[in-house]
Ligand binder design. Structure first.
Ligand SMILES: [Zn+2]
Length: 217
């Protein structure tokens, strides 16, 4: 038993090494791997942030109601929202990104809550390498200079995710008996939303789509 930790740490080290070495070949793999969640996931460490799966058309939405506080988090491949996943460099792509950020900042573009619950949006956080790149786009204008250490420079094969986090305070949280996902209307490249909700009535989940876009608690 005493040697086990040594073996385990040795394994972890070689696994980490293998994953790292593997990431050099990301481009070839990623292009074909959209259906293979696990495989995709292995590569995600490069991005820092991670979704369980990166499958275009699929997003996840998590809701947690704790007392009067409702937290909602959308995690999505950037493609669902923007139609691309590389860092924007053209004016058109920057405009698309900016418009999407403006839309995402309106929480009701993502979820619509029963008005009786009286939920007021306190805070929105948008996160993505793509959004960050837009904010420092003058620095990224010449990013091809350092593409060698930065796989996102490859426009054709880069993958990026984004997240949008919302916090609401609800004056009548008991009336939060259902939510409707409005993301499909605003970002039609999103086909499926995997929703998980934790409310006082328990944990619920389901796969939603444009034609089946609400969940009851
Ligand atoms: Zn992708």
């Amino acid at each position: 038993m005493r040697v086990l930790p040594l073996i385990a740490s040795g394994l972890l080290t070689s696994l980490a090494f293998a994953l790292h070495a593997h990431s050099d070949h990301d481009h070839e793999h990623k292009k074909h791997d959209h259906g293979h969640d696990k495989h995709q996931h292995d590569h995600k460490h490069d991005h820092g942030d991670s979704l369980g799966a990166h499958v275009h058309g699929v997003a996840s939405l998590n809701l947690v109601l704790d007392g009067a506080i409702l937290a909602v988090e959308l995690d999505s491949p950037a493609d669902n929202i923007l139609g691309f996943e590389y860092l924007p460099s053209s004016d058109a792509d920057k405009a698309t990104t900016k418009a999407a950020m403006d839309t995402l900042r309106q929480a009701d573009s993502v979820v619509s809550l029963p008005s009786a619950a009286g939920c007021a949006l306190d805070d929105v956080k948008l996160e993505s390498l793509i959004f960050a790149a837009l904010e420092t786009s003058h620095e990224h204008a010449h990013k091809h200079d350092h593409d060698h250490d930065h796989k996102h420079g490859d426009k054709e094969h880069a993958h990026n995710d984004l997240s949008a986090q919302y916090q609401f305070t609800c004056s009548n949280p008991d009336a939060l008996s259902a939510v409707e996902v409005s993301l499909f209307e605003h970002f039609p490249r999103t086909e499926t939303v995997i929703l998980q909700a934790i409310t006082p009535s328990g944990q619920q989940g389901g796969e939603l789509s444009a034609s089946n876009n609400s969940i009851r608690f």
